[in-house]
Design a protein around this ligand. Structure first.
Ligand code: AOF
Ligand code: ZN
Length: 376
C-alpha cells in the first residue's frame, strides 16, 4: 500500500516536471527556427537543479543550457526533456553525449525526434551509457509544441496556422473591401502573442495594398520577437512606400514572386532590404503555387507559419489542404450586405463543419471569442 502510494507520487512528480519542461520550451516558440523549441529540467532528490530551453537561433540546445546550470549537481539526477536529445554532430555536439558525460541516472523524454539524423539514436545512446530512459510522457503536448519541426522534417513545409477574424455574420471586411474593426483589445493582444510565437507571417498582396500592414509583434517589450514578414506577390506590385518595405531593414521582408516579376522591381526591393524569392506560378486561378511557396519557406528554415489574410489567400490555403491549425476569432457586430465573406467563395463551414478539423479549444476574449481548430 505504501509502495503503491510511493509510485503514485513519483508519477505525479514526473508529470509536474515534464509540464514545467514544456512551459520552458514554449518560451522559444517563434525564435529557435530552424530548430524546435525544446525545454529541459534537471531534478535531483525532488529539487530542481537546472532548467534550460533552446536559445534564439536554435543554439545552444535546451539540455546543454540545463546541464550548464546544474553543474556537478547533475550527477545521478533525472533529466526531463520535451524532445529526444540529439545524437548527431550538427551545429553543436550531441546532447546525448553531454547528458551521459554529466552522469545522469535517468532521462524522461516526451517524444522521439523524427529528424533522420536522430530518430531514436539519441535515446539509444543514452541507454547504451547505462541511463534509464522513459519515453512518451506528455507526447501529445510535445507533438503540438514541435508541430513546426515535425511538419518541416516529414513534409518539407512549415506548420500552417490560419488566423481569421470574422463578424457575427462571418464577414472580414465591409462593402468595397473597407477595413472595419471586428475584434477588440484582448483579441488583438492574443493575435500579437501568436505572431511572436510564429517564425513567419504571410499575407497576400491584396491585403498589403488595402491595409498597408506592418505585421510586427507590438506587445510591450516584445518588438524583437516579430516574425519574418512574407508577402505573396507574383508580379511584385508592392508599393515602394508601404510600411512593410520601409521597415525591411529592421525586420525581414521576404517577397514571394514568380518569373512574371520584372527585374527592376526586384532590384529596387533588394536595395530596400527585402529578399525576393521566385517560385512557380499557377495560371488558373492566377497566383503562386502554394506547395512551392511552403517548400521554399521550409528550405529557409521556417517551421511555424501564420497566415493572416486576406480572404483569397485564406481560401486558397484551405482549398489546397495546407492548413494545420485555425484561429477563428468572432466579433460581436454584424457587417451586413456587401461585406466580404471570410473565405472568398468557400463557406466558413468548410472549416467549422469539415471532418478535416476538430475544435481543440474555445476561450472568451472580452466581447469576442476564439475557437482554435486543429487537423483531426
Ligand atoms: C536537442 N535539443 O534543444 C533542440 C534539438 O544543427 P543543430 O546541431 O543545432 O541540430 C539541430 C537538430 O537538433 C534539429 O533539427 C532537431 O532535430 C534537434 N533539435 N535537439 O537535443 C534541442 N532544439
Ligand atoms: Zn541537442
Amino acid at each position: 500500500d505504501q509502495l503503491a502510494q510511493k509510485s503514485k507520487d513519483a508519477k505525479a512528480a514526473d508529470l509536474r516536471f515534464m509540464q514545467l519542461a514544456l512551459a520552458l520550451g514554449r518560451r522559444g516558440l517563434g525564435r529557435t527556427w530552424p530548430n524546435p523549441a525544446v525545454g529541459a529540467v534537471i531534478v535531483k532528490n525532488g529539487v530542481i537543479v537546472g532548467r534550460g530551453w533552446t536559445q534564439a537561433g536554435g543554439r545552444p540546445h535546451a539540455e546543454v543550457e540545463a546541464l550548464r546550470r546544474a553543474g556537478e549537481a547533475a550527477r545521478g539526477a533525472t533529466l526531463y526533456v520535451t524532445l529526444e536529445p540529439c545524437s548527431h554532430f550538427g551545429r553543436s555536439p550531441p546532447c546525448a553525449d553531454a547528458v551521459a558525460a554529466a552522469g545522469l541516472a535517468r532521462v524522461v523524454s516526451a517524444i522521439e525526434d523524427p529528424n533522420p539524423e536522430v530518430a531514436g539514436k539519441g535515446h539509444g545512446k543514452l541507454r547504451a551509457a547505462g541511463i534509464v530512459v522513459d519515453v512518451g510522457l506528455c507526447a501529445a503536448e510535445a507533438a503540438r509544441d514541435h508541430a513546426g519541426h515535425f511538419r518541416r522534417i516529414r513534409d518539407q513545409r512549415p506548420h500552417v496556422i490560419l488566423k481569421l477574424a470574422v463578424s457575427a455574420d462571418d464577414k472580414i471586411a465591409a462593402a468595397g473591401n473597407k477595413t472595419v474593426a471586428i475584434t477588440g483589445e484582448a483579441a488583438r493582444t492574443r493575435v500579437h502573442l501568436l505572431r511572436a510565437q510564429s517564425d513567419a507571417i504571410l499575407v497576400g498582396i491584396g491585403t498589403v495594398r488595402a491595409d498597408d500592414p506592418l505585421l510586427t509583434c507590438r506587445l510591450p517589450g516584445m518588438a524583437a520577437r516579430s516574425p519574418v514578414r512574407v508577402v505573396l506577390d507574383r508580379a511584385l506590385r508592392i508599393p515602394g512606400d508601404s510600411r512593410l518595405v520601409h521597415s525591411a531593414r529592421e525586420i525581414p521582408l521576404w517577397m514571394m514572386t514568380s518569373d512574371m516579376a520584372e527585374a527592376p522591381a526586384a532590384v529596387k526591393l533588394g536595395a530596400a532590404g527585402a529578399q525576393v524569392i521566385r517560385v512557380a506560378a499557377t495560371a488558373s486561378p492566377p497566383g503562386l503555387d502554394l506547395p512551392a511557396v511552403l517548400h521554399a519557406l521550409a528550405e529557409k528554415g521556417i517551421t511555424r507559419l501564420m497566415v493572416e489574410g486576406g480572404a483569397r489567400v485564406a481560401s486558397s490555403f484551405v482549398a489546397a489542404g495546407l492548413v494545420d491549425e485555425i484561429w477563428l476569432l468572432h466579433g460581436p457586430d454584424t457587417i451586413g450586405d456587401g461585406g466580404v465573406p471570410a473565405l472568398d467563395a468557400l463557406p466558413l463551414a468548410a472549416i467549422t463543419q469539415s471532418p478535416t478539423f476538430r475544435l481543440r479549444a474555445s476561450e472568451a476574449l472580452g466581447k469576442d471569442s476564439l475557437d482554435i481548430y486543429e487537423r483531426a
